[in-house]
Design a protein around this ligand. Structure first.
Ligand code: ATP
Length: 272
């Protein structure tokens, strides 16, 4: 009987956790800046707890899409639904992490993480900083930290809010290759052990394969590729299927670009 009750409690806990994760539906999303249409009727569904990576050429609208999902910008038309409710204002359960970390240089690490939180959250901030491997550096100023350590602080600052959606806007873009891989492992394990959906914007297809359940390619304001990644976690680059997935996605991206080049050539060749 005790066992049954204990198990029920665990199941309840799990269901509470899984309810926190965001389920996101984007329908016919259009975003324009002046006369430039960046997103042209984009459709996407992100399941609760899923890890999605968005890739695409510079300027294709990846960051714009993240800002729309965070509720930081308004779309021109279409619909964004979070857990089946239309998103009308700031998505307060989402946290966004940027390439430059955006730490306040005059505040110590712990104070950067506690920013905007009540005093009693200090203990929680310490726990999260320990989780990202910065237990020893809490009292330092950001200028004393390496690029990777600064991004760990930025990650802790996002996680301390228990986000149900973590939006990662090229967060590792400025790091060297080894630190980058180390941070990818950290993000993966934090995602696996926490209760949030994650959307990563990256230029790096290898990073996308290392982290995501699905890789999405945006081109001409729409989704041109929606590729599931079937690889065990934690992801190992040495897994034979890793290179296969990477090649497959790169091939499709190149194939699409080539097709586009052909079309452009055709247009040029028929135009007077
Ligand atoms: N606030 C803004 N006002 C006007 N144009 C904007 C604004 N924000 C973005 N844009 C334009 O919208 C397009 C998409 O920008 P966005 O930053 O989403 O692209 P991206 O795919 O994230 O690019 P990158 O990979 O270089 O970061 C670009 O042409 C950009 O110049």
């Amino acid at each position: 009987m005790e066992y049954v009750m204990e198990r029920k409690k665990l199941e309840d806990d799990v269901s509470v956790l899984s309810d926190q994760k965001n389920h996101i539906v984007l329908k016919s999303l259009v975003k324009q800046y002046g006369d430039r249409t960046v997103l042209q009727g984009l459709d996407l569904e992100v399941k609760k707890g899923e890890f999605i990576a968005i890739v695409g050429k510079s300027g294709c609208g990846k960051s714009t899409l993240l800002r729309l999902i965070a509720g930081l910008e308004e779309m021109n038309s279409g619909e964004i639904r979070i857990n089946d409710k239309p998103l009308k204002q700031l998505n307060e359960h989402a946290r966004i992490m940027f390439q430059d970390g955006r730490l306040l240089p005059w505040k110590r690490v712990i104070d950067n993480v506690c920013l905007g939180l009540p005093k009693h959250s200090r203990q929680k901030a310490k726990i999260v900083l320990t989780r990202v491997g910065l237990a020893e550096r809490m009292k330092e100023f950001p200028s004393k930290l390496s690029g990777g350590q600064k991004q760990r602080v930025a990650l802790a600052r996002a996680l301390v809010h228990d986000p149900s959606l973590l939006l990662l806007d090229e967060p590792l873009g400025a790091l060297d290759a080894l630190t980058r891989m180390e941070m990818q492992g950290l993000i993966e394990s934090l995602w696996q052990n926490n209760s949030f959906t994650s959307i990563l914007v990256t230029h790096d297809v290898e990073e996308a394969v290392a982290l995501a359940d699905r890789v999405i390619l945006i081109e001409d304001g729409k989704i041109k590729l929606n590729q599931p990644i079937h690889l065990p976690r934690p992801r190992q680059r040495t897994h034979p299927a890793f290179a296969m997935h990477l090649e497959e996605i790169l091939e499709q991206i190149m194939h699409q670009n080539q097709r586009k080049d052909y079309v452009m050539q055709d247009i040029k060749s028929i135009s007077p």
